[in-house]
Ligand binder design. Structure first.
Ligand code: PLP
Ligand code: COI
Length: 362
């Protein structure tokens, strides 16, 4: 990693939220609806690199109508959380992995790489300044969701990588991603839409991937389902992932199976943490292609005993039903997903020892 001499300036918000307002938000945060008092901004200019790093009041940004991001979607983002432990300290989970993934996404979207130390410094600075916004340990599953992102800010309508880019970090106190607690989510298999093809941007965390999934999400909702599971673009046969979560299958002999990340799937940090935790919980793990036929037949025969989705926002959420044009299938739920969920949350909230060095104190 390059080292930088980027220095952050600080401009405090003259009108921060009152403690009463914050308490109101903490009582019912929802997901991604409320934001803290500050944000971090860093600019990048071609030939000059990263400059003008600073903490500033949270608020609207100025953008030229010709800004490249508004036309050609040259944009990437990350998602991670800060957790408050019982002793009041605040920790993030594997932020170095988010820094590395942001850099991989940047390469794919022809954006500049933000050095890891600057990424981590931006998180430290924002969370330290807005630490009162990190929900209480006693609140259960609440945390401060951090959203770093980077976009093409140059006003120019030609199609080429932007010569100016802006990195921003904002933070939002959040509760569970799915309202109503941990209840099984229903899944729609689209025969119309795919998310990513080989050589495309599926492995990058870019806004365009999510925009392209929205029509499929609407199709799912029109069929009474909550989320979409995308199949591969070439054969429409191999299970890839959900719009914002990776997927795991549990077989009756206690094996976890998750699709191989082969260029079209986002390599989730929760997914990778589960690969590590599984062994410690006495489960075998396999990364391999899994077909939709195997999913359907496995549930029908009892070979597959649970299916769950995983991601920073959703943590681990069991899948309870699968529907497609002309059919549906109920998916059993069980103990394995909940056991993994608990052991992950115990590490994140400091209730279990962090033997992997995953937690970084802020
Ligand atoms: N897949 C997609 C498409 C996502 O948006 C996310 C969320 O970030 C994930 C998977 C899970 O990744 P992570 O566990 O790093 O949050
Ligand atoms: C995350 O889990 O951090 C994501 O970005 C997924 C999104 C659906 C909120």
């Amino acid at each position: 990693n390059d080292t930088t001499d980027l220095k952050f300036s600080t401009t405090l918000n003259p009108t921060p939220a009152t403690p009463e307002r914050r308490a109101q938000i903490h009582a019912q945060p929802g997901f991604g609806k409320f934001f803290t008092d500050h944000m971090v901004s860093i600019d990048w200019t071609h030939g000059e690199g990263w400059h003008d790093a600073g903490l500033i009041p949270y608020g609207p940004i100025q953008m030229d109508p010709a800004a490249a991001v508004l036309h050609y979607a040259q944009e990437i983002f990350e998602g991670l959380k800060a957790y408050r432990h019982a002793d009041g300290s605040v920790w993030s989970f594997r932020p170095e992995a988010n820094a590395a993934r942001l850099a991989r996404s940047a390469r794919r979207l022809a954006l500049p790489e933000l050095p890891e130390e600057d990424f981590l410094a931006s998180i430290d600075l924002l969370v330290k300044t807005d630490q009162a916004w990190v929900p209480d340990h006693a609140s259960g599953e609440s945390s401060l969701y951090l959203r770093p992102f980077m976009y093409a800010s140059e006003s120019f309508l030609g199609v080429r990588p932007s010569k100016t880019v802006r990195y921003l970090l904002i933070a939002s106190p959040v509760g569970p991603y799915f309202s109503g607690g941990v209840k099984p989510v229903s899944i729609w298999l689209s025969s119309t839409y795919t998310r990513a093809a080989l050589g495309g941007t599926g492995a990058a965390k870019c806004g365009g991937n999510y925009a392209a999934g929205l029509a499929a999400q609407l199709e799912a909702e029109a069929h009474g389902c909550e989320q979409v599971c995308f199949l591969d673009a070439a054969e429409h046969r191999w299970v890839e992932e959900l719009g914002g979560m990776n997927i795991y299958f549990v077989t009756k002999d206690g094996t976890l199976v998750t699709p191989t990340v082969s260029g079209t799937i986002l390599e989730g940090i929760t997914r990778s943490s589960i690969l590590t935790l599984a062994g410690e919980l006495g489960l075998k793990v396999e990364e391999r292609p899994i077909s939709i036929d195997e999913w359907r037949a496995g549930v029908a025969s009892g070979e597959i005993t649970e299916v769950f989705a995983c991601g920073t926002a959703a943590v681990i959420t069991p899948l309870g039903a699968l529907a497609w044009e002309g059919g549906e299938l109920e998916i059993p739920t069980g103990e394995v997903a909940m056991k993994i969920r608990q052991s992950l949350l115990d590490i994140q909230y400091g209730r279990a020892e962090d033997t992997h060095g995953w937690m970084r104190q802020l």
